[in-house]
Design a protein around this ligand. Structure first.
Ligand SMILES: NC(=O)c1ccc[n+]([C@@H]2O[C@H](COP(=O)([O-])OP(=O)(O)OC[C@H]3O[C@@H](n4cnc5c(N)ncnc54)[C@H](OP(=O)(O)O)[C@@H]3O)[C@@H](O)[C@H]2O)c1
Length: 249
């Protein structure tokens, strides 16, 4: 089977290319590094020629509200048009569990726009929504650090939302995507999450302990997740989700 991985140089893309190649699939690795640009459309016809499946694991280099929206709307519109022209039979995209219930976040709104362009394109598709990658935990904790005293440079707390998170190993996300890529399109969203639902406070404490960092962790009902106000279960899977096996720590 011929599979084009768009975003092949990224965290998930790199793992996916390795897995599909090992399984004997005919893989095309595409990203700007290989001369393919989803925003300008450069190289898309060649990257998709003869492909049975496109797996879209691109990400926006900027998380600024306007730029991230422009990235996912423009790239997905270009990818849908190029996939249709090339006769691609399955568009697989990676999204985020709970994405449609977090409208305060520009990033989440952009991912919802991406999903809508794919699901209304008429192309056979599967959207895989994953929970937060284990490998993203440091960046999540970093985003929650706040200065507690403007006069003291080193006075910081980690202010975490009172919510649950379900980290999943990137290896397991890639393995699931590899299976989806060579299976028939489901034409719906499917969810996958890590094996444990843990509090943001525990995630932060575990990450800080790994770095021998003694910053204080404070549960703060005002704290947001990249701009999104969270309910307890906003980021975790519900019934019917696939559950992975590698624990957070
Ligand atoms: N982080 C999480 O916890 C999480 C959870 C669930 C879902 N997701 C989703 O998973 C997806 C993949 O994430 P990731 O962390 O693997 O991404 P990543 O490591 O940031 O990789 C992004 C990829 O996109 C490519 N790219 C960026 N701009 C491009 C352009 N204009 N044209 C072509 N390729 C371009 C990059 O390659 P070049 O630089 O070579 O172009 C790179 O290969 C994202 O869509 C994200 O929303 C993330």
């Amino acid at each position: 089977m011929k599979v084009t991985v768009m975003g092949a140089s990224g965290l998930i893309g790199g793992l996916l290319v390795e897995l599909l190649t090992r399984e004997g699939e005919d893989v095309v690795s595409a990203s700007r590094r290989s001369g393919v640009d989803v925003l300008s459309g450069l190289g898309l016809p060649k990257a998709l020629a003869g492909a049975d499946t496109l797996v879209d694991v691109t990400n926006s280099p900027s998380f600024d509200d306007e730029e991230v929206t422009d990235f996912f709307v423009r790239s997905t519109t270009n990818l849908v048009a190029a996939a249709r022209a090339a006769g691609v039979g399955h568009y697989v995209a990676l999204s985020i569990v709970g994405v449609d219930e977090l409208p305060d976040s520009g990033y989440m709104r952009a991912k919802v726009a991406q999903e809508q362009i794919i699901s209304s394109s008429g192309l056979p598709y599967t959207i895989v929504r994953a929970t937060q990658f284990r490998e993203f935990a440091d960046a999540i904790v970093e985003s929650l650090v706040v200065e507690t005293d403007a006069d003291e440079e080193d006075e910081h707390d980690v202010r975490v939302p009172d919510a649950l998170i379900q980290p999943i190993a990137a290896d397991e996300v890639a393995a699931f995507l590899a299976e989806v890529a060579i299976s028939p399109p489901r034409n719906r969203v499917i969810n996958i999450g890590g094996p444990e639902k843990i509090s943001f406070a525990r995630l932060a404490r575990e990450v800080l302990a790994l770095h021998h960092d003694d910053q204080r962790v404070v549960v703060d009902r005002q704290a947001t997740y990249f701009g999104a106000t969270l309910a307890k279960d906003s980021l975790v899977t519900g019934d019917g989700a696939m559950i992975a096996s590698i624990p957070f720590c």
